[in-house]
Design a protein around this ligand. Structure first.
Ligand code: GDP
Length: 494
């Protein structure tokens, strides 16, 4: 009930401040019309400049989409195997790579690059990626047709012959902007912008290379990263990004809500779960627990890390007789109001994890002990899949459902270095508390940190020095990006 009052449904809300267009068939994608009722926060409204860019993009997409004469023209040039003439429509073909969180972040990044370079994004959508997201643009499709002439898109690997690096190494193209013409470049180039430094086509981030790549009709984008902070470090994009996003912290928050609308089958999972378990609570505390192979620690240690984080940041309701928590509470008696601690609000703790252990322990804790202040505390976890199974659609649908359920939280605790957690925080519009990773299986001395922004971290920015990219690295770091709280080599907007 408190949710209804927190988000009184006006028309303006429904379309997220002009981000969404009303011109869709409501029943074909309910989440587009209903999700605003579930989000607790909308801290940033889109700038009018961003809205203009989005409307231009939508028009361009419709004009250039599969099925149009302009699409056919670009495809036939691609079939011919060489650049012939400048095309009216230029494309980014997005290739899925890694887990769902990674995919959502690389998709947002690819879309931002499309806004910056007037291109059109088409998705290579294999079966495991089907029936997750609705079409985001009106009266058109963003799905690449199966007869696209580049074959085996799922099997190109990290560094195919047509990668930018290989093309340059083998002198099949030049990155000298003085000679760049449509005829001097191939009709398509594969860009690996993902996390493996060895394979990354890093020169992509250089000014001259951008001039050359501008001439290429089709760019295939293979990435599992959120590269928007890195685009901010490119001289040619900085000003435009600032106009689109006067508040830098808002990029993934706004574009995530703009692009991603779970299909009706996923929205069914989300809303059934929400109304059965979460809707009654006055406060929802989301906890996302991810363990990477390089940072596994025993369940007891992880559970203790969560508890000490909660005491440090006053997140979970304290229970009667918890001595350690009491000392912690005294420290912030005159501090800011936080979620958790001791009050009488009813609380739902929503856990997302591949494992059931943390749910079991927390649930028992609030069964065996009263929460201070008399709060009613319930603990829920929608699924515990055990292992990542990105090749299974039903598994991905659950993952997406849980990303959204976390996105409806009032407060979030996420796992460091997890893109799953990053997407949840951005969608929620919440600066999360981030559990630090147990590098080399050592429990971190500081259990967690409060994030400075709701933006995702680019965990692996390119190491490259060239004109046009991060020319004043210290200046960049001071002005618009920060080192990530959870990964010191990473950068994030704030
Ligand atoms: P990251 O590896 O944490 O950066 O996140 P990704 O989303 O890219 O990849 C992890 C994948 O593992 C997810 O997409 C899911 O397939 C699975 N997974 C990890 N944690 C959870 C969870 O809490 N719930 C569910 N349902 N799946 C999860």
């Amino acid at each position: 009930a408190s949710h209804a009052s927190a988000t009184s449904a006006t028309k303006a809300d429904e379309f997220l401040g002009g981000l969404l267009l009303p011109s869709f068939d409501r029943n074909s994608c309910l989440s587009r019309y209903e999700s605003h009722q579930y989000y607790r926060f909308s801290p940033y409204a889109p700038s009018s400049y961003l809205l203009r860019k989005l409307r231009e993009y939508e028009a361009r997409h419709k004009k250039c989409a599969p099925g149009t004469p302009l699409y056919a023209k670009s495809v036939s040039q691609l079939r011919s195997g060489r650049g012939t003439e400048a095309m009216e429509c230029n494309y980014l073909v997005w290739l899925p790579y890694n887990g769902l969180g990674n995919r959502m972040l690389s998709l947002i990044s690819t879309f931002v690059y499309a806004l910056l370079t007037n291109r059109v994004v088409l998705l290579h959508s294999p079966a495991d990626f089907d029936d997750l997201f609705c079409e985001p643009f009106p009266d058109t499709t963003w799905v690449l047709p199966p007869d696209f002439p580049v074959e085996n898109l799922s099997q190109l690997g990290l560094n195919p012959d047509q990668s930018y690096r290989n093309l340059l190494d083998r002198k099949k193209m030049s990155n000298d902007p003085a000679n760049a013409t449509v005829r001097s470049v191939p009709p398509y180039v594969f860009l690996n912008l993902g996390h493996e430094h060895r394979f990354m086509d890093k020169l992509f981030f250089c000014g001259d290379d951008q001039v050359v790549l501008d001439k290429v009709n089709w760019l295939l984008v293979f990435s599992d990263l959120y590269i928007v902070p890195t685009l901010y470090s490119m001289a040619r994009f900085k000003d435009e990004l600032r106009l689109m996003f006067p508040e830098k912290e808002s990029v993934a928050h706004l574009l995530g809500r703009y692009l991603f609308h779970p299909t009706n089958s996923v929205w069914g999972l989300i809303t059934r779960y929400y109304h059965s378990y979460l809707a009654q609570a006055e406060q929802i505390i989301g906890i996302q627990i991810r363990m990477f192979p390089f940072g596994t620690i025993p369940v007891d240690d992880m559970y203790n890390q969560i508890l000490s984080c909660s005491r440090q940041e006053h997140i979970l309701p304290t229970v009667e007789g918890d001595q350690e928590a009491e000392t912690g509470n005294n420290l912030t008696m005159n501090g800011t109001t936080r979620s958790g601690g001791a009050d009488s609000k009813s609380k739902a703790i929503l856990i997302a994890s591949l494992y059931a252990d943390y749910y079991e322990r927390l649930r028992l804790t609030y069964y065996e002990h009263a929460a201070k202040g008399g709060a009613r505390v319930s603990v829920f976890q929608p699924s515990h899949e055990g292992v990542q199974a990105t090749e299974r659609r039903a598994h991905n649908q659950k993952a997406l459902s849980e990303i959204y359920l976390l996105g409806f939280s009032d407060a979030l605790v996420t796992s460091g270095m997890s893109t799953f957690g990053y997407v949840s925080s951005s969608l929620a519009g919440v600066r999360p508390t981030i559990l630090l990773t147990a590098h080399r299986h050592k429990v971190p001395a500081t259990p967690c940190v409060r994030a400075v922004s709701m933006e995702p971290c680019n965990l692996t920015p390119p190491r490259v020095r060239c004109p046009g990219y991060a020319e004043d690295k210290q200046g960049d770091l001071a002005q618009h990006v920060k080192r990530c709280e959870d990964e010191p080599i990473g950068v994030k907007l704030f």
